[in-house]
Ligand binder design. Structure first.
Ligand code: MET
Length: 481
């Protein structure tokens, strides 16, 4: 936790400092300016993000000239505001060389520290609460993934080389902090933002991204530029970008949105994958129907999946779940679809709270099974047996390795079941729907859920959740009294 205390950046102290105005002869450097930017203070990732920075929108213009490689060039325009005066700005960026940083259109000096993964600069005046600014970052080069033995995969911009009949492809798989491998971002779920994503790809390729497709236009040499608008704020890791030779399958829109609004339905299947891969996705509309009954209106205006060929975990990228061929089952699809509410719409205040995503998404698998006529006891007993076989811990994670462990998923789901058995299903449904509304405009914590549970359902439900959240040992199997 000491890295979280304060990050100090020496700005303009020599070779690493660049100016965005190369036409000016390099002047004598001004005296070294020491600027400070404090990270958000995440308990698992203490260096991520900047405290007091609020990114409202990311406008991205990306060029994938050679799909299947790690080459990426582009421009990110961030619309920023602040919740405290910020004399220095510090974005998370592990990506390639930055070519230019503009502050409201004017070039500013910057420092790119690839070791720390920070792109730091001083605006001409501090960014004050209530002010808005636009920062433009232009970059080009090789982007990568962030290797990490404590995560189930290397997160970030994935490159899938051509193989046999299949062309090279790229996609994002970024939870928890992979977006910074290819974009300058405030890379923390407590600062969700909207996105406009323009992706230019070579002839024969399709780009897909989170949000609604706004246009597809011709680009030089037979290429195409696809533009997507993600109009509702999402955490940075939930941004999907896919480049592949895709077949897009459009299905009838389904009226499960806010106020019964139609949710656009489209799925992207890479050309050449086994045709049975598609079977699970035929259930998407039914899944949306069942889950919106329990959780309330679907929070986005489109939903579907983009299928990828590497054997990796699935991810709940917003409006467009990223689904490996090897995870193309209804159960995984239910889980990722539930995350659209829990993770993408409701966002985490801290990575240690990730069970609030995974526990709810796992619980959705039981709700789905019951909607298909199963009574569910077997699912719960199976979960309990699994949790009993594994080391357990209180729900709030204390290490990175715990983020996606059995406790986060299974004990998290059992905790919700422990709440459910204290009330009837109608009350439980109102409780789930209310939670989505209650915390819609701030990142969530376990403390929030406990307080909400006590207010909504009373002492017994609260005590049950508290036991499941806090007990060092595994509490007894939840059962109806
Ligand atoms: N949130 C994902 C899931 O359980 C896991 C991502 S692993 C970094 O669906």
């Amino acid at each position: 936790g000491t890295v979280g205390a304060l990050l100090v950046f020496a700005l303009l102290t020599g070779a690493q400092a660049r100016t965005g105005a190369p036409q000016t002869a390099v002047p004598t450097l001004p005296p070294p300016t020491i600027i400070t930017a404090q990270p958000i203070g995440d308990t698992i990732y203490p260096a991520l993000g900047q405290a007091g920075l609020d990114v409202l929108n990311y406008d991205l213009d990306l060029f994938v000239d050679r799909p299947g490689t790690s080459e990426l060039r582009g421009t990110a325009v961030l619309t920023l505001t602040a919740t405290q005066p910020l004399p220095a700005l510090s974005l998370d960026f592990l990506g390639p060389q930055v070519l230019e940083v503009l502050w409201n259109g004017l070039s500013v000096p910057y420092r790119q520290d690839q070791m720390a993964g920070k792109l730091t600069f001083n605006p001409p005046q501090p960014l004050l609460p209530g002010m808005r600014a636009e920062v433009t970052v232009r970059f080009a080069g090789r982007v990568g993934v962030r290797p990490d033995p404590d995560l189930p995969l290397d997160v970030g911009w994935q490159a899938v080389p051509a193989q046999g009949e299949r062309v090279g492809a790229n996609f994002t798989l970024s939870e928890p902090d992979g977006t910074r491998t290819f974009l300058p971002v405030n890379d923390h779920p407590s600062d969700p933002a909207t996105f406009t994503t323009r992706v230019t790809v070579p002839a024969g390729y399709t780009a897909a991204a989170s949000g609604m497709q706004q246009s597809e236009v011709a680009a030089p040499n037979g290429g195409r530029t696809f533009t997507f608008v993600q109009a509702e704020p999402i955490p940075t890791y939930a941004l999907a970008i896919h480049v592949n030779r895709f077949e897009r399958l459009d299905s009838p829109a389904i009226p499960v949105g806010v106020g019964g609004a139609a949710v656009i339905r489209r799925d992207y299947f890479p050309v050449g994958i086994p045709v049975e891969t598609r079977d699970a996705y035929a259930s998407t509309n039914e899944i949306l129907g069942v889950l919106s009954d329990w959780f309330g209106p679907f929070p986005f205006s489109a939903y579907g999946s983009a299928i990828v060929t590497p054997r990796i975990p699935a991810l709940e990228t917003a409006t467009l779940s990223t689904m490996p061929v090897t995870s193309s089952s209804v159960c995984v699809l239910v889980h990722e679809t539930a995350h659209q509410w829990f993770g993408d719409r409701l966002t985490l205040a801290d990575w240690s709270e990730v069970w609030l995503n995974e526990g709810f998404a796992t619980y959705a698998e039981l709700l789905w099974a019951q909607s298909q006529g199963e009574n569910g006891d077997e699912v719960v007993r199976g979960w309990y047996a699994r949790a009993s076989r594994t080391a357990t811990r209180p729900l709030i994670a204390t290490t990175e390795r715990q983020l996606f462990d059995t406790t986060a998923y299974i004990r998290g789901a059992l905790a919700l079941h422990a709440v459910r058995v204290t009330v009837n299903d109608a009350a439980f449904k109102t409780y789930l729907r209310g939670w989505v509304v209650e915390v819609a405009d701030r990142p969530v914590t376990t403390a929030d859920l406990l307080a909400y549970t006590r207010t909504r359902l009373g002492e017994r439900a609260w005590a049950a959740l508290r036991l499941w959240a806090e007990s060092p040992a595994l509490p007894p199997l939840p059962a109806k009294p």
